[in-house]
Design a binder for this molecule. Structure first.
Ligand code: SF4
Length: 448
């Protein structure tokens, strides 16, 4: 019997009571008050089919630790294939195709016994070693195994528990990685530390740099000399991409986060003949990928031409209006990112139709923000606010002051110092004022 803390009981009751009437929950609970256990209770005590998503690899560990500690079990974990595959180590995870892999067959044909055995083995390993990091567990348990006959860790970790799956944000966010999770059809989808969702939502889907184009050209040369297969059209396309990239960089310089409007998109998308060139390039890239997969078997490998192709494909979709992304120049890198936060909720959770979504954090945004900025439907949203670790704060906006560089000067420093005095005179306790630089703090301080 698990003894929950009072705050955990309240949170669970509010969530479970709201399941029939609401489909989205915003759970605000102080940091360290045991939100992970609440997520696990939905699976192990209430029998829901749960998907829990965390931001980083480190945040997977509490799910492993608490399920072993409280339920003597271990959830399924959607590992990064590119890190645990027995045949390839790569950041281009989507290029690892499992359907005809013999290790997949070995694993699937040994189910469900092998999942049962793996669960006990992993529970024991976590208890005895205190290691909660699934990637370290894979390294330890698979070290020295013959890759031609071994069970696949990626597949096995996905089958550990049929009703509880944990993954990191990228698998929830990137369309080319999330298919597996959508097919999983969770009844309850938990987003842990959900205040981070906004930043992750806006990270680049695909990007390109000058260096990546140069490496793609080297990769083509290596392919040509190893296979004797000429790749003239691919070189032609890379020349086009390179001159586009240089043109854009020249036009905007080494800027930070410059959003380029669709009508300013470079000629690479609109160039006549580009479509057929891209098609020819795509077929060369397919051959280059096959060549590298067999040449660099069981070694770390990167696919530069594939990255260029993926970027160009997506750029064309954005240009045609098929994808709601923007092209952003950021310190020498051209990126395609989501930009409009208003569609955050529908884009991320729309495909999980019928799932109850629980957004939880120690610092959840307000209801107003979730509805008006993230686009959460207000009639479906239940807010459960169980406080923060540091109590409640009142937030006040002052429109008349700014620390923006061009506004700095005598007048603005004086305005700042009178504001600090006003806040100080009305404060019950001490005041912490944070300045953007030493100089700014000195100038304001001098006028106090
Ligand atoms: S089944 Fe496993 S070993 Fe085979 S390709 Fe997929 S991840 Fe790699």
């Amino acid at each position: 019997m698990i003894r929950l803390r009072g705050i955990q009981e309240r949170a669970l009751k509010e969530l479970v009571d709201g399941m029939d009437s609401y489909s989205v929950f915003s759970l605000q609970m102080p940091t360290g008050s045991g939100k992970t256990l609440i997520g696990l209770m939905f699976r192990y005590s209430y029998g829901y089919r749960v998907l829990a998503s965390v931001r980083t690899r480190n945040q997977l560990m509490p799910y492993v630790r608490d399920s072993v500690k409280f339920f003597s079990s271990i959830p399924s974990i959607h590992l990064n294939k590119g890190r645990v595959c027995l045949h390839m180590s790569t950041e281009d995870t989507e290029l690892i195709r499992c359907s005809s892999c013999p290790n997949r067959l070995i694993t699937v044909s040994a189910l469900p016994d092998i999942a049962e055995k793996a669960r006990s083995l992993l529970v024991r390993a976590v208890r005895e070693t205190g290691i909660n990091d699934p990637y370290v567990l894979v390294e330890r348990l698979w070290s020295g195994k013959d890759p031609s006959t071994a069970v696949c860790p990626y597949q096995l970790f996905n089958f550990l528990d049929g009703s509880m799956l944990v993954c990191t944000y990228p698998f929830l966010i990137y369309p080319y990685l999330r298919v597996h999770l959508i097919r999983y059809r969770p009844e309850v989808l938990i987003v842990d530390e959900a205040h981070n969702l906004e930043d992750s939502f806006k990270t680049a889907w695909r990007s390109i740099t000058y260096d990546a184009i140069a490496r793609a050209r080297e990769e083509l040369r290596e392919y040509e000399s190893a296979t004797g297969d000429p790749a003239d059209e691919a070189h032609e396309l890379l020349n086009l991409v390179e001159s586009w990239f240089l043109g854009v960089s020249r036009r905007y310089g080494h800027v930070e986060e410059k959003v380029i409007r669709t009508e300013e998109y470079p000629e690479v998308v609109t160039d006549r003949g580009y479509g057929s060139l891209l098609e020819a390039y795509s077929s060369v890239v397919g051959r280059v990928v096959r060549y590298k997969k067999s040449r660099y078997r069981r070694r770390r490998v990167r696919f530069f031409n594939y990255r260029v192709l993926a970027f160009l494909d997506l750029l064309s979709k954005v240009y045609r209006g098929d994808e709601d992304l923007v092209l952003v120049l950021d310190k020498g890198r051209a990126e395609l990112r989501r930009y409009r936060l208003r569609s955050l909720f529908s884009q991320l959770f729309g495909p999980f139709e019928g799932s109850k979504v629980i957004l939880m954090s120690g610092t959840m945004p307000s209801k107003n923000y979730l509805v008006r900025v993230w686009g959460v439907p207000s009639e479906e949203l239940k807010v459960i606010d169980l406080g923060t670790r540091f109590g409640r704060f009142r937030c006040r906006f002052e429109h008349g002051v700014s620390s923006k560089y061009e506004y700095r000067g005598d007048g603005m420093y004086s305005k700042y110092s009178s504001l600090v005095e006003k806040v100080y005179s009305g404060a019950a306790k001490s005041v912490l004022a944070v300045a953007p630089s030493y100089e700014f703090a000195r100038e304001v301080g001098r006028r106090l």
